[in-house]
Design a protein. Structure first.
Ligand SMILES: [Zn+2]
Length: 80
């Protein structure tokens, strides 16, 4: 697991739309964060479907006010 620049626990309790079609609540430890990219985007693993990845973005107002988590895209890992 790559080291994270941001303290992801700040998102605890926030809901996010998942690629599996349902909504999950983010908790560090319960939701695996696979990578954190630029501009507040990060990839999380679905807690119900371990082969489903979701690209999530932190919604910011004026660049400073945190407004929640926004689902951008999903991906299925074609694993066996
Ligand atoms: Zn899911």
């Amino acid at each position: 697991m790559a080291s994270l620049r941001r303290d992801m626990s700040t998102f605890n309790g926030d809901n996010f739309q998942c690629a599996c079609g349902s909504e999950h609540t983010f908790y560090t430890g319960a939701i695996r964060v696979l990578s954190e990219g630029f501009n507040g985007k990060f990839v999380v693993l679905c807690p119900n479907n371990p082969q489903t990845l979701s690209l999530i973005k932190t919604k910011m107002k004026f660049g400073i006010i945190y407004q929640g988590l926004q689902y951008l895209a999903g991906c299925e890992i074609d694993g066996e």
